[in-house]
Design a protein around this ligand. Sequence first.
Ligand code: MG
Ligand code: MG
Length: 628
Amino acid sequence: MQHSIASVCLSGDLRQKIEAAAAAGFEGIEIFENDLLLFDQSPNVVRQIAQDNGIDIIALQPFRDFEAMPAAKRQKNFDRAQRKFDLMDTLGTDTLLICSNVSPFAIDNFSRAVDDFSTLANMAQTRQFKVGYEALAWGRYVKDYQQAWELVKQVDHDHLGVILDSFHIFARGRDLSTIKEIPGNKITLIQIADAPWLDMDVLQWSRHFRCFPGQGDFPLVEFMQTVMQTGYQGYVSHEIFNDEFRSAPTLKTAIDGKRSLVWLQDQVRKVTPDLAANRQLEAAPPLPDADVQRVEFIEFAAAGEQQEQLVTLLTALGFKKTHQHRSKDVSLYKNDDVCLLINEEPDSFAQNHFLMRGLSVCATAFLTSDSAAISERAAHLGYPRFETHVENGELNIPALQGLGNELVYFVDKLDNGKRFYDVDFMPVGDTTPTSPFNIQVDHLASSIAESEFLSASLFYKIVFGLDIHQPHDLIDPYGLIVSRTATSKDKQIRLPFNMSRAGSASSERFRQIQQGSGVQHIALHCDDILTFVENVDPSILLPIPANYYDDLEARFSLDEDFAAQLRQYNLLYDQNETGHFIHFYTRAINGVFFEVVQRHQYGNYGEANAHVRMAAQARCDMPMSKRS
Ligand code: MG
Ligand code: MG
């Protein structure tokens, strides 16, 4: 499978786009004509830039409002096409992409359209060019790929083929059966885009919400499998219009685009039994598989007063220092199975993290079925391994750069029930502090920038193999927050990630305090939160206003004693069709806070209370003057 990207997917000017596409490993690029119009260099220079970067210009696009026009406009369109052919000559590309006519002047006349394309295909033949025809879902008369294919079939010309764009196909329905009838050599180009399923105007959906494969909900594996069965051997090319990509760094988006195609190809390979029949898939090496099972530890960068505050907070939550690293200034605090590290090692990654951000989560570690495999998988997907310094006899744990600039470690299950600290750490004091509460990590929530949001979905999906759930809105008193969650199948891993466009909303305040994205809160699960909270120093709790409890009692007609307990201990409560949820939050240290939760047949995150929490945090964080 040769990989291409349309220049419209990327931010920046045409030179930046071509350079980024080539650097990300794409073999081809489609030139979106608007990008050329806005560029201050000649088409000759564009050709040279592509050549210098070793990337092919695979097509010029789009040529609009061509077929079935009234006589007066018809000749003009052929003249216009001739000029585009001249431009293609200069650019060094042989393919022109035409999308179905959306003009109010277009005529509903199929045979006229066939005549027009016959003439155009002859013109293209004289110049050794190809023309591809694509149905836009909002075309005036041609709206779906079946109609476009019917037209191409009627014209029956070697220099005219059909373009299959997954967005337009899925936006109009899910019927892929006609694709099976199309011979591979009649497909000019496969354009690929994913998107979330949304019930909205198709044009707006297309212009703002397309995304890379793996970032949306479309059944693209099935789409590509069907395409592969036609014998198609050409490029698979991203065509994505997306607001986040428009504001994201060019190269970062291009690299995500490449990753998404490598991942998609691997997914298609897995469900394609007869690989030998498909040279494109056979050539691609399979990606190693491994499961990510649960959070193994969370590591803080801390020093000085903030380190002391963190230890006070952890102690209040029942954590005890149990181990000390053999060669580094790293302490392990445990409560039941939950392991939290505090890293104060000089000249380390953690110390740099602390100097940049203050107290912060500098790493998270996940237990995996095979850490080497997952690290290799990540490397194949363009997430390079982060090398850390390891002394003799210590575990060499593979690491990647995660969201923000924290590290993600992949830890193997050790023999005899041992854990990482049995190798790398020395016990100090009681090494197995147990509580009657069965404390576990429930979820880790990160705040990230808007431009990182889709990238985060892709990372968790294609490296971790997590399910990515539909985004939903949280109402912060100072702006809207959009939240998505990545979970493992058995829900042992739950990773919400949030973003906001509002500078004063909770997630953006966190990013300002920390000067970047990262883990904002750590939620622990506890089997008996009502007893647990009785033993917690009340000064660490995030205070919840009385009005909340008045409403809560009215909404859920709660038992009086239970309601009084909630009120006394600043506990929040939610219930849904299946169960209920009790939780509390701690005050934040440098923007980072803990949550303790108890789930009863409840799969959500207390989203109904998020606005109460965020308003309470805003009162703690923000001076009155800033809140007006
Ligand atoms: Mg398209
Ligand atoms: Mg939470």
